[in-house]
Design a protein around this ligand. Structure first.
Ligand code: ZN
Length: 178
């Protein structure tokens, strides 16, 4: 891909690019490590634990995550598939593409992740709690799903004003573009 990764930014709801199912990664070239590095930087700048390629406007089945904040725990996940789901539990969740909006809903508290790394090599990981939740959140992004789709009516009502503000910002962005 011929994209200047430095120009990538986190896009916000209701940008329609967040609603498209992303395309499988087919070429494991030098672009992917550059993209992943940029995505980790954007994720850390916004204090997130995961970021999916559609959130920077790219239709690719790739996400980065790090649930501990330790550099050694940086994980790049390409063409993921989740399976072997365990019990479900409620927890509060937010999204870097929907700033200041949070909701509480069910996710599986354990699952298996099958994916490819930056070189295209397949790998599998078993995850629980925050890791499992993060993987499900990011895989949702790759399918064009957002946490809003999982919100209860109460969470929709509680976040109504913030969502309206994001919708207004999207139609008429405030401030100059840098
Ligand atoms: Zn998100």
């Amino acid at each position: 891909m011929d994209i200047d990764v430095a120009s990538l930014r986190i896009i916000h709801y209701p940008d329609p690019r967040l609603r498209k199912a992303a395309k499988p990664v087919e070429s494991f070239d030098a672009f992917l490590p550059r993209l992943a590095e940029r995505m980790f930087a954007l994720m850390r700048a916004d204090e997130g634990i995961g970021l999916a390629a559609p959130q920077v406007g790219l239709s690719l089945r790739l996400f980065v995550c790090n649930i501990t904040g330790e550099p050694k725990d940086d994980l790049v996940v390409i063409n993921p598939r989740l399976s072997d789901f365990g019990e479900s539990d409620q927890s509060e969740e937010g999204c870097l593409s929907i700033p200041d909006v949070r909701g509480t809903f069910l996710r599986y508290m354990s699952c298996k992740l099958s994916a490819q790394d930056l070189s295209g090599k397949p790998f599998e990981l078993a995850g629980t709690d925050l890791a499992a939740r993060c993987w499900q959140h990011e895989c949702d992004h790759l399918d064009g799903k957002l946490i809003l789709d999982r919100f209860s009516e109460a969470d929709k009502i509680a976040n109504r004003r913030k969502l309206k503000q994001l919708e207004a910002d999207f139609k008429a962005p405030r401030g100059a573009k840098a």
